[in-house]
Design a protein around this ligand. Structure first.
Ligand code: KIV
Ligand code: ZN
Length: 398
């Protein structure tokens, strides 16, 4: 694997499921796990086995049945969590135990009620224990971006020494900025002894809408794994959206020369499956997978896209599995798009027909937000009488 290959760690079924209203049954998780395998994720975080019996079962089934990606299970820095995670994972072809322990002073004092020295000791012991069960261990210092940097480096050092092979740097509360996060990753690369034995991973939350930008800054600074979710679902404002980080690296390969193993044409299908399963609709203007991501309503834009999609599209809809571009017909649309839509519906309009229909269309679009195909067809009924003998009629093609 070249150094420019970035691993995609999907946590839709773990961090994503923690998003309000997104909990899933074991069967639903299996359906998504199969789709994530087809999508080509490198690591699939299947759940947090200690959280519930359902989570344990989901991890166990996914570990048994999904053979392509690595299967990860989350555990707190506690022996019982780690043992249970391993129990759920043991049949996986490529299992990974993912341990987290908070390192910020606020979490140590108010949540865990332990000292920094205690945290160092727990990290060493838990990683060593996990390593005795499973060769692939990931360690996450929770709230890393609000932790004292020197202390953070010492905890990471202890984790690598105890056998962690992935060091994940969570921006748990979505607080960092791209420049700051990039600097943190560089500092870690410089100051953590043994860091060359581990892959650095980024895990960014979206509280300030910066999760994707922060993740990419982390990769530019040397991280080689991105933790992300389909549609960006996750705790509070969510996680970095898988489709966005992947397509940013693809479309802007000139500035972000990194590759992934993602089958991009599967992106839309997984996104749709997740929405259907959780009942949580994607916002219409969501990048890559929103209903309007490839929709063009303004007449000038529609004309441009029809002449050459590159006028207003930086990637083709087909490249992410969307079957056709959606020209939204509204009051800003032009004659060209209207003519095209009638053609798609099986009606050939003469120039003269088009002019009349277009005028009625604009009047209707002024009153009505959405224009459906039925509306268009009913506009034809009002057309002025035609002289059929001279071939001026609206011909029905189907
Ligand atoms: O956001 C976070 O800190 C997490 C960890 C458990 C990795 O999800
Ligand atoms: Zn998280």
């Amino acid at each position: 694997m070249g150094t420019d290959r970035v691993l995609i760690f999907d946590t839709t079924l773990r961090d994503g499921e923690q998003s309000p209203g997104c909990s899933m049954t074991v069967d639903e998780k299996m359906t998504l796990a199969r789709k994530l395998e087809t999508l080509g994720v490198d690591v699939l975080e299947a759940g947090f086995p200690v959280a519930s019996q359902g989570d344990f079962e989901a991890v166990q089934r996914i570990a048994r049945e999904i053979r392509g990606p690595r299967i990860a299970a989350l555990a707190r820095c506690k022996r019982e969590d780690i043992a249970l995670a391993w129990d759920a994972l043991r049949e996986a072809r490529h299992p990974r135990i993912h341990i987290f322990l908070a390192t910020s002073d606020i979490h140590l004092a108010f949540k865990l009620k332990i000292t920094r020295a205690d945290a160092l000791q727990h990290a060493a012991e838990c990683v060593a224990y996990a390593k005795s069960l499973c060769d692939d261990v990931e360690f996450s210092p929770e709230d890393a971006t609000r932790s004292d940097v020197e202390f953070l480096c010492r905890v990471l050092e202890v984790a690598v020494e105890a056998g962690a092979t992935t060091l994940n740097i969570p921006d748990t509360v979505g607080y960092t900025t791209p420049t700051e996060y990039g600097e943190l990753i560089r500092t870690i690369r410089q100051r953590v002894r043994g860091i060359e034995k581990a892959t650095i991973s980024v895990h960014c939350h979206n509280d300030l809408g910066l999760a994707v930008a922060n993740s990419l800054a982390g990769v530019e600074a040397g991280a080689r794994q991105i933790e992300c979710t389909i549609n960006g679902i996750g705790e509070r404002a969510g996680n970095a959206a898988l489709e966005e980080v992947v397509m940013a690296m693809h479309v802007r390969a000139d500035r972000l020369p990194f590759t992934t193993g993602i089958q991009k044409q599967e992106i839309y299908s997984v996104s749709q499956a997740l929405s259907e399963i959780t009942g949580s609709q994607v916002q219409p203007n969501k990048a890559i997978v929103g209903r309007n991501a490839f929709a063009h309503e303004a007449g000038i834009h529609q004309h441009g896209v029809l002449s050459n999609p590159l006028c207003y599209e930086i990637m083709t809809p087909e490249s992410v599995g969307v079957s056709a571009n959606h020209l939204v017909l509204g009051k800003h649309s032009g004659r060209h798009a209207l003519h095209m839509r009638f053609h798609e519906l099986g009606y050939e309009l003469t120039k003269q027909d088009l002019q009349g229909v277009y005028e009625r269309f604009i009047q209707l679009a002024d009153r009505k937000k959405r224009i459906y195909d039925q509306d268009l067809i009913s506009l034809l009924a009002n057309r002025p009488p035609q002289d059929h003998s001279q071939g001026q009629s609206v011909a029905v093609m189907q």
